[in-house]
Design a protein around this ligand. Sequence first.
Ligand SMILES: *[C@@H]1O[C@H](CO)[C@@H](O)[C@H](O)[C@H]1NC(C)=O
Ligand SMILES: *[C@@H]1O[C@H](CO)[C@@H](O)[C@H](O)[C@H]1NC(C)=O
Ligand SMILES: *[C@@H]1O[C@H](CO)[C@@H](O)[C@H](O)[C@H]1NC(C)=O
Ligand SMILES: *[C@@H]1O[C@H](CO)[C@@H](O)[C@H](O)[C@H]1NC(C)=O
Ligand SMILES: *[C@@H]1O[C@H](CO)[C@@H](O)[C@H](O)[C@H]1NC(C)=O
Ligand SMILES: *[C@@H]1O[C@H](CO)[C@@H](O)[C@H](O)[C@H]1NC(C)=O
Ligand SMILES: *[C@@H]1O[C@H](CO)[C@@H](O)[C@H](O)[C@H]1NC(C)=O
Length: 461
Amino acid sequence: MLPWKQVWGAFCLIVILGALSLSPVQCRTSNFQAVSDYQAINCRKHTALLTDFGAVGDGKTSNTKAFNSAIQHLSKFASDGGAQLIVPAGKWLTGSFNLTSHFTLFLHKDAVILGSQGDGRGRDAPGGRRSALIYGTNLTDVVITGNNGTIDGQGPNWWKRFRKGELNVTRPYLIEILYSDQIQISDLTLIDSPSWFVHPIYSSNILVKGLTILAPIDSPNTDGVDPDSCQNMRIEDVYIVSGDDCIAVKSGWDQYGIAVGIPTEHLIIKRLTCISPDSAVIALGSEMSGGIRDVRALDITAINSESGVRIKTAPGRGAYVKDIFVKGMVMKTMKYVYWMSGAYNQHPDDKYDPNALPEIKNINYMDMVAENVTMAGQLAGIDRDPFTGICISNVTIGLAPKPKKLQWNCTDIQGVTSNVSPKPCALLPSKGDDQGCPFPEDRLPIEDLKLKTCSLKTFYP
Ligand SMILES: *[C@@H]1O[C@H](CO)[C@@H](O)[C@H](O)[C@H]1NC(C)=O
Ligand SMILES: *[C@@H]1O[C@H](CO)[C@@H](O)[C@H](O)[C@H]1NC(C)=O
Ligand SMILES: *[C@@H]1O[C@H](CO)[C@@H](O)[C@H](O)[C@H]1NC(C)=O
Ligand SMILES: *[C@@H]1O[C@H](CO)[C@@H](O)[C@H](O)[C@H]1NC(C)=O
Ligand SMILES: *[C@@H]1O[C@H](CO)[C@@H](O)[C@H](O)[C@H]1NC(C)=O
Ligand SMILES: *[C@@H]1O[C@H](CO)[C@@H](O)[C@H](O)[C@H]1NC(C)=O
Ligand SMILES: *[C@@H]1O[C@H](CO)[C@@H](O)[C@H](O)[C@H]1NC(C)=O
């Protein structure tokens, strides 16, 4: 524990509401600047500026040490009301850094965190993966937010080296949180991740809100948000342009995922807008070997995307994708509205069990309108293992000038439809025009999570 004096000297602390006075020597009152209030799962008692740890926001100086030492110092306040680290306006180049518990990383609206190309820490051995730019493990109560400040992964150089086969490590993700509870990632612009953008794994009670996620539509593996073996998660008001799936729900791969056996469940996605010409708006799988269940998606907008909702699986995956509910989706310029692939035969190695068949059931899609669609449904189950309980209702699909002749191609599936045009395949017979599909009536606990208004008044250097 640092002595108090040293703490006050090292950080420039805060006056909440201007009501408290603080030891006048340390703080530079001349440039007092109220940043703004913000909404978070928890507010913090202590505050520091990144610049108090020697950071330089010129876009060239590496600030890896500043981030790590700032967070290491602030971790000491975890049991005393927590702490927030403010990233001021400027361009802050950094390698990977680790978050801590009861902690908020707040980005000023003109702050840009730039992921460095070289000084990332972590598992650099071949076959390993670089640590994510912003990394957290075994944490409780962490907020990454801002006034729409930016985190830029500087992906182009990584993508170039990846395409040329020059990389001997797997590209890092932008934000990765493992084994953690109570996470908020909100009100930020995330651009050009080297690989996936936001990857919570083995975590629970997660709020992802108000993100703008941007990567070129031809960039490799730039998934937007990947809930992976996570429980009770809410994604809302997110705008994603990506070269890969906008949201990819996962839970482990083949025998490795089966052994861990942690599902993604109780996930709600609301007000997502997605542009992803080569991938899905919402993908379920292909890694789903811990199971995926109780996913609810509402008010989704898709523009120029390959598929609306896609289920990807294969023999060897085991587990299940079940109790999926998607309601209210507007789509414009799509290759497929619905796509299910039971032969997504990518495996980590050849040790998977071909008899580990996934159970795909109770999949519900309702209240959708699509325009300029090439093919309504490409729905392929697995021959020994049909996908069952598919329900599609109140869906109007307008076709592209040159649509596929066969609009619904169905094999090894079973289900019903109502009020769907064009007319679905024989394996999805109509159950009458006024019969909808089920949608849960209860609310998920994460839907009732209330945010607090946190005051952020600080002294700028
Ligand atoms: C970050 O956390 C990882 C995993 O616990 C650890 O290996 C790494 O050394 C940590 N890095 C720093 C800078 O503390
Ligand atoms: C994090 O938690 C997991 C699961 O409880 C545990 O296996 C792992 O050892 C923990 N890691 C650290 C760095 O504490
Ligand atoms: C955040 O910034 C992005 C990129 O400049 C912009 O497109 C988006 O509209 C902004 N969001 C908000 C809420 O201001
Ligand atoms: C990986 O590549 C980098 C740069 O291309 C090189 O410096 C490093 O030695 C390589 N590491 C291994 C383990 O091959
Ligand atoms: C059908 O879906 C549209 C949205 O596409 C919605 O406005 C309408 O209320 C739905 N009709 C019924 C009967 O649910
Ligand atoms: C319709 O989709 C085609 C691709 O299938 C695209 O080239 C065209 O621009 C789209 N038309 C409109 C009006 O969006
Ligand atoms: C229909 O789906 C089956 C099974 O996936 C596939 O083999 C076939 O090529 C598809 N036919 C068309 C016309 O898309």
